[in-house]
Design a binder for this molecule. Structure first.
Ligand code: G3P
Length: 478
């Protein structure tokens, strides 16, 4: 009936006084794999109180000591990659190898964050007054970056470890405390990751992890007056959070509809390889997945043939077997994807493979001749189904990309770098990749979405800066 896990508060593992648990369904077996505590609002109040007081002394802990603890946590995380990866396989059906990669990448992120933090937080500014009209050199201004306080971190199911540490590590190095609310699918992987921070020896109360039902503690957490910043990655919920949150900094990444624009002179083998990697890795359940291909009509037949040949080679099955395509995270997600596929079928899209589904497992599907009246032209499937829209001009491609309510990343394939840069400038997205599929990493690169894709910029350096505020002291000379 599933192992029951405790939540983490005050440096200890606890059972919720609610006496209730939340079940985590294994996407592959569709049976309960684990159970986590359904924390109550009182328990949330408690962790926020603890986070508040722990933060005060943490902010006074020397930066190099904070960095040292983060390096320790990073090493422990990497040592525990196997059991954490196993949870990722069971909870979110991430292919076994990718699951290990997620944990290792997370350890690297934590270490990099510690290094970057000591550099950028080790520097302040010194200003003098006589550069502004009417002033003598009688005022010296010292600036430094100070922590925000309590950071609420809410990562999504697709990277429950990596997108948690990408919030936790910048917050901690900058002198903040952390309250983590992991996604239900992925909560046990997150709890294991938190255990690594526990083993590293961070002060009690500085890091907490509360699990539970969104309906019970979701709004309560995001609207809590004790929270000084929210870093959220996920879906539409982020829009609701931003409307309800108080006057605090928000960092949000809310999905995308990343376009892949293919010009006539593109290297079609390179494009096909990137469409497979970009569109189908982790079964399309990445915010940065290629979610629509916009290809010039003259090369469309050739490209579709190449992609079809590669789709045929994708292995489909269990994450334990490290298959390329694994069950999507939940039955409702599979039903949503199916809805988009059936709508496209009804409206006349060409199916390059037969549509096949067993439980949550959906076989990879390329849909050619998709038109703008089909839902899949605009909506984000978060599954292994990819629409191809044939275009007659580059402008048509850019227009489709910019008509989307999303603006996370995009990519353009051409051998003409000048053209690529002009197209990149015209695309209203946070990032454009030239001759490669969209991706967040390397993790120190800035990562941001515009429009409904989010607020603020992430990436290690930007996240550290975002989780601080500027403090100035002015010395007035006689
Ligand atoms: O939220 C970002 C995530 O979904 C994509 O990250 O590293 O797969 O590009 P990545």
């Amino acid at each position: 009936d599933g192992d029951v896990y405790k939540y983490y508060s005050d440096g200890e593992w606890k059972k919720s006084s609610s006496g209730k648990t939340v079940s985590i369904i294994n996407p592959t077996t569709r049976k309960t794999q684990y159970k986590v505590q359904a924390c109550s609002q009182e328990e949330v109040n408690k962790v926020i109180d603890l986070a508040k007081s722990a933060q005060k002394s943490w902010a006074k802990t020397p930066l190099w000591k904070r960095a040292e603890l983060l390096h320790k946590a990073a090493a422990i995380l990497k040592e525990h990659k196997a059991p954490i990866a196993e949870c990722l396989v069971k909870e979110i059906a991430k292919p076994a190898k990718d699951a290990v990669t997620e944990v290792v990448r997370s350890g690297d992120l934590v270490s990099y964050c510690a290094e970057e933090g000591v550099r950028i937080l080790g520097e302040g500014k010194f200003l003098v007054s006589d550069s502004f009209p009417g002033n003598e050199r009688t005022k010296y201004c010292l600036t430094s970056k100070i922590p925000l306080g309590v950071i609420l971190a809410i990562p999504p199911f697709n990277y429950p470890v990596n997108l948690a540490v990408s919030k936790i590590a910048p917050a901690l190095i900058a002198g903040n405390s952390i309250v983590l609310k992991p996604p239900t699918q992925g909560a046990v992987s997150a709890l294991h990751m938190v255990h690594c921070f526990h083993l590293a020896g961070f002060p009690k109360g500085l890091i907490s992890c509360v699990t539970g039902k969104g309906s019970e503690i979701g709004d309560f957490l995001t609207m809590h007056p004790g929270v000084n910043c929210i870093s959220f990655t996920g879906g539409d919920t982020g829009i609701a959070i931003s409307k309800k949150a108080g006057m605090i900094p928000l960092q949000m990444e809310l999905g995308g509809k990343d376009a892949c624009i293919v010009l006539e002179d593109a290297d079609l083998d390179l494009v096909a390889a990137n469409i497979i990697k970009g569109g189908f890795s982790y079964s399309g359940q990445r915010c940065t997945a290629v979610k629509v291909v916009l290809v010039m009509e003259s090369v469309a037949d050739a490209l579709v043939e190449k992609v079809k040949a590669k789709v045929a080679k994708l292995s489909v099955g269990a994450p334990e077997d490290d298959c390329d395509i694994t069950p999507v995270v939940s039955e409702s997600s599979a039903n949503f994807i199916e809805g988009l596929v059936l709508d496209a079928k009804e409206k006349g899209a060409t199916f390059c493979q037969e549509y096949k589904r067993e439980g949550n497992l959906i076989w990879p599907l390329l849909l050619d001749h998709v038109r703008p009246d089909m839902r899949i032209a605009w909506e984000e499937p978060f599954g292994p189904v990819l629409p191809v829209i044939r275009i007659n001009s580059v402008e048509e491609g850019i227009h489709h990309c910019n008509a989307s309510n999303f603006g996370l990343q995009g990519c353009v394939f051409t051998k003409d770098v000048n053209k690529a840069i002009l197209i990149s400038d015209a695309m209203e997205t946070g990032t454009v990749q030239i001759n490669s599929a969209p991706a967040r990493g390397p993790d120190h690169f800035p990562f941001q979405g515009i429009k409904d894709s989010g607020i603020g910029s992430q990436g290690i350096t930007n996240s550290i800066n975002m989780m601080t505020k500027v403090k100035t002291t002015v010395i007035n000379l006689p």
